[in-house]
Design a protein around this ligand. Structure first.
Ligand SMILES: Cc1ncc(C[n+]2csc(CCOP(=O)(O)OP(=O)(O)O)c2C)c(N)n1
Length: 625
């Protein structure tokens, strides 16, 4: 403890002599503001230093180079003491930094960016509270197997363990919620570690990775002649070259099971989207005329306007999808971890089916649902293998007729009478009708999220961005920001980004409107405002005898005027007749807009399979719950 303080001062002095301001946040932040003339000058000056491929001089510069070498175009984060050297190096890099209002939002934005771009998103935070604020977003990405790299500042190495200012054991805190994390303790390898972590995030089963960057290592000089042991990244690289094809004997056996099935169903999960296998999966289902249901993250993996589409299954999935899963004799499940919101009770999930389970992660095989035919490998590669092995399609005409009948018997529906308040489902349908197929939809968590799943027709992969496994309220707006930036970077500036939020969810990250305004991001936020945390209210009515403890807000801000205060466009809609024109006006506005839809506070999400219940016994009305 005693000699720690002088050493810390040494770093401050050393930093100052390099021209980086270790303790002046003013200086660091200004360098990241592209509109600041001071920064333009700085960037230009520095470009002379870094444009050549010469050796990097500090750990921080090695990090910036590693991000550039990985092809990172944008990163989301917030400045702070321990991460300042990295930001200072980013100022002279090609990476665009988007300053968020809260680190949780930086993680969600990076996550969503990754989903839309198909490349890992990157977020940055300082040590201590910056890193802990990222935690929810990292856990969210882990649950959904979304590729993301988090870079966190850390106190200098000699202060680690001293309860130093803004010290948190970020490695310890994030170990259970990352795919991989690393403490970078050597300036000579720090760039390689960052590159490696980026690559790991996007390979095999994707997920969040994190590199903790002690400030002294970021500031330290890189020894251009140093030789370092690159074993870690070499191991990881060979790991990434794992055979994506499944065992041929297993493939043959699965093909025979499909050929002889009378009631086959495909279940496509988020893994199909992550593996960019939607085309292969769609061709597979169409070739063998097999009805398709998806998981919630799998929405968009198969066009929902196809006659084989049964939409999504599970707790709030369609009645027809749940009937098909309950009665199938051959479930071809691809890229799903069979989470409990999908399966309901395991004993009643696909009880008559032989289960073929295709997954890149062997740990998922028979974890929740027993796999009769386990096929470990890449979703697209394995489906192509199975397809090549099938000699004759299953004879399933009667089954397809049955599935069509279920669609007619259990359509998604809602009542909308003249005297009733505006229905949230109607709003989702209005947006769907007003937008193109490639529109990106993001949501918060709650009833509004389920209505988006149910009443939007998803036809393309990477258009559906939501918090599935963790169910994180507040995900929608920062996700819309990340999605917008990814689409813009891909040159898809005409694509719409629509965010459905609940009033409760929106209030959790509403401060990110400041980012959307500052960056002039064209996102449209539809608040389905029921002045309740509606999903909780629904469960209280169904399972707690209607005692609405802490679920009624009674008062929420006027989101339209609040939006205007942020500098966004604000609209308010109470009447059904005003919906189409207001939706058009908000979509036409070239910048962030918010529509505060005052919707029926008593509306429920149906159908519903109660937790742990049987998918085949879904409730179609409140009375059935
Ligand atoms: C961060 C977080 N806290 C609490 C919850 C529990 N929860 C799930 S849904 C929900 C209600 C969400 O309310 P709102 O955003 O208004 O959406 P609505 O259900 O009314 O559409 C709550 C509180 C959660 N999912 N996430």
């Amino acid at each position: 403890m005693t000699d720690a303080k002088p050493r810390h001062r040494e770093y401050t002095d050393e930093t100052a002599s390099r021209g980086a301001a270790a303790d002046s946040t003013d200086d660091g932040i200004a360098r990241n503001d592209e509109s600041d003339p001071r920064q333009e000058e700085t960037n230009q000056d520095r470009s002379h230093e870094t444009d050549d491929d010469g050796p990097v001089s500090t750990g921080a510069e090695a990090i910036a180079r590693a991000l550039e070498a990985s092809g990172v175009e944008s990163a989301f984060g917030i400045q702070g003491g321990a991460i300042m050297p990295v930001y200072d190096a980013l100022a002279s890099s090609s990476v665009r930094h988007v300053t968020m209002a809260h680190e949780q939002a930086a993680a969600h934005a990076a996550d969503a960016y990754g989903v839309v771009a198909g490349e890992p998103g990157v977020c940055l935070a300082t040590s201590g509270p910056g890193a802990t604020n990222l935690v929810t977003g990292i856990a969210d990405a882990k649950m959904d197997s979304d590729a993301m790299l988090a870079l966190t500042g850390q106190v200098p190495r000699d202060l680690v363990g001293n309860d130093a200012f803004q010290e948190t054991d970020t490695i310890g805190v994030t170990r259970p919620i990352t795919k991989y994390n690393a403490f970078a303790d050597d300036p000579n390898t720090i760039g390689a570690v960052v590159e490696d972590a980026f690559r790991r995030a996007g390979c095999d089963r994707q997920g969040p990775t994190l590199v903790d960057l002690p400030k002294d290592v970021s500031l330290a000089d890189v020894d251009e002649h140093a030789e370092f042991d690159d074993t870690t990244s070499t191991e990881a690289r060979s790991d990434g070259e794992r055979n994506p094809r499944a065992d041929p004997d297993g493939v043959e056996a699965a093909a025979r099971a499909i050929e002889s099935a009378e009631r086959p169903v495909c279940l496509f999960g988020g893994g199909v989207v992550a593996a960019d296998a939607s085309d292969v999966a769609t061709t597979f289902a169409r070739t063998y005329e097999i009805p398709v249901t998806t998981t919630m993250p799998g929405l968009g993996s198969f066009p929902e306007d196809d006659e084989l589409a049964l939409s999504f299954a599970g707790m709030h999935g369609t009645g027809y999808a749940n009937m098909a899963i309950t009665h199938t004799d051959c479930l071809i499940a691809v890229g799903t971890r069979f989470d409990d919101r999908l399966t309901g009770g395991i004993d009643t999930f696909a009880p008559e089916a032989d289960v073929i389970h295709v997954d890149i992660d062997p740990a998922e095989i028979s974890k929740n649902v027993h796999a009769d035919y386990p096929l470990v490998g890449d979703a697209g590669a394995v489906l192509e293998q199975v397809s090549a092995a099938i000699e004759s399609p299953p004879a399933a005409e009667d089954w397809r007729t049955q599935c069509t009948e279920w669609k007619e018997t259990y359509p998604l529906t809602y009542a909308m009478n003249d005297h009733e308040p505006l229905k949230p489902q109607f709003v989702v349908e209005a947006f769907d009708a007003a937008t193109a197929d490639d529109t990106i939809v993001t949501t918060g968590v709650g009833q509004h999220q389920m209505w988006a799943c149910q009443f939007w027709t998803f036809t393309e992969p990477r258009t559906w961005v939501s918090s599935h496994g963790l169910g994180t309220m507040g995900y929608g707006l920062p996700a819309a920001i990340g999605a917008r930036i990814a689409a813009d970077e891909a040159g898809e500036t005409d694509r719409d980004v629509v965010c459905f939020e609940g009033d409760g969810s929106f209030l959790m990250t509403i401060q990110e409107l400041s980012v959307a305004v500052r960056e002039n991001l064209d996102v449209t936020i539809a608040v389905l405002n029921n002045e309740h945390i509606g999903m909780v209210r629904q469960w209280q009515d169904a399972f707690f005898e209607g005692r609405r403890m802490a679920s009624e807000y009674d008062w929420v801000p006027a989101f339209d005027t609040l939006a205007e205060a942020f500098g966004a466009r604000g609209f308010r809609v109470d009447d059904r007749d005003d919906v189409p024109a207001t939706v058009e006006a908000a979509l036409d506005y070239d910048g962030p807009s918010v529509i505060d839809f005052h919707v029926d506070p008593e509306e429920n999400v149906l159908p519903m399979v109660p937790s742990g219940g049987a998918n085949g016994q879904f409730a179609l009305s409140e009375d059935h719950l």
